[in-house]
Design a protein around this ligand. Structure first.
Ligand code: AMP
Ligand code: ZN
Length: 114
């Protein structure tokens, strides 16, 4: 996928502040943070939206959660709490069409989200 922002970050073509990397997952600080800690966690595989998850993607999708757990521990927010968000398509606010999980922490979260 040549015209995808997060594929370009994965490939090192666009700089990012990487906080976690494994064979299948990459995580970096959000460029426009909505909380004191705001990290984007992506599968290295280009999958546009949750609607495009296919049989065989279960492992990497699970690894997004595993990465979130590890990052929360590294950031020392595991006990205080953090929010994980995945937006799907326009009405949910998805703007980058490469699946990503937001990890937000460092402030109290309100519910329901806007
Ligand atoms: P979403 O609206 O769920 O698609 O989230 C996309 C997120 O990507 C937003 O929170 C943006 O601030 C973030 N973002 C956009 N460009 C970059 C970038 N170059 N580096 C890091 N985060 C980015
Ligand atoms: Zn991509």
């Amino acid at each position: 996928m040549t015209d995808c922002l997060f594929c370009k970050i994965r490939d090192g073509e666009i700089p990012a502040d990487i906080v976690f990397e494994s064979d299948d997952v990459l995580a970096f600080n959000d460029v426009n943070p909505q909380a004191p800690i705001h990290i984007i966690i992506i599968p290295k595989k280009h999958i546009p939206t949750i609607n495009d998850v296919e049989d065989g993607d279960e492992s990497v999708m699970g690894k997004l959660f595993s990465a979130a757990k590890i990052i929360a521990g590294q950031k020392a927010v595991s006990d205080d709490g953090y929010r994980l968000v995945v937006n799907c398509n326009e009405k949910a606010g998805q703007t980058v069409f490469h699946i990503h999980m937001h990890l937000l922490a460092g402030r109290a979260m309100i519910w329901p989200p806007g």
